[in-house]
Ligand binder design. Structure first.
Ligand code: SF4
Length: 161
């Protein structure tokens, strides 16, 4: 199989600290009210790309990578997603992922739990419109956390991540 990629945006500053390349993967079932990107929900949207192709583009820009969407951790081909993240990390770049699952849900799921160490940070949980907090860095609502794979919640962004 392969990845379904909606968009690759190099040089963005809203999906994590510093300039990053955001990779938008298609598909999400969380259906959060007020979702920033409902057009990303369709798993059949975007275009098929192999992990190597996406990694080459990300690495060529030299920015740390953020996976977003959609929900990357709902992607039908998690093996291909894992390959992408491993290739990007092998080049020395850091990786973040946005997901509508909570950290607790991720750690309760064997396959998803095994992917967590591939990320420097996980931005977890659904967007909850009533808890929308535009002043929070890199999150839409205050239920969402920025968490290291070991569960430590990150609040300072002094060091590159
Ligand atoms: S998890 Fe993200 S992409 Fe999915 S519905 Fe919620 S806000 Fe939208």
């Amino acid at each position: 199989m392969s990845l379904r990629v909606l968009q690759i945006v190099p040089g963005t500053s809203v999906d994590g600290p510093g300039l990053r390349t955001s990779v938008y993967l298609a598909g999400c079932c969380h259906r959060c009210q007020g979702c920033h990107n409902p057009s990303s929900w369709d798993f059949a949207s975007g275009r098929e790309m192999k992990a190597e192709e996406v990694a080459e583009i990300v690495i060529s820009h030299g920015f740390n990578m953020t996976l977003t969407g959609g929900d990357p951790l709902m992607h039908p081909d998690l093996d291909e997603l894992e390959k992408l993240v491993r290739l990007v990390r092998a080049s020395g770049l850091k990786t973040w992922v946005y997901t509508g699952f909570t950290y607790e849900q991720l750690t309760a799921h064997a396959e998803l739990r095994s992917l967590l160490p591939l990320f420097d940070a996980i931005v977890d949980g659904p967007f909850i419109e009533s808890r929308r907090s535009p002043s929070l860095p890199f999150r839409g609502s205050d239920n969402q956390r920025i968490i290291r794979p070991d569960g430590l919640v990150i609040t300072e962004f002094d060091n590159p991540l």
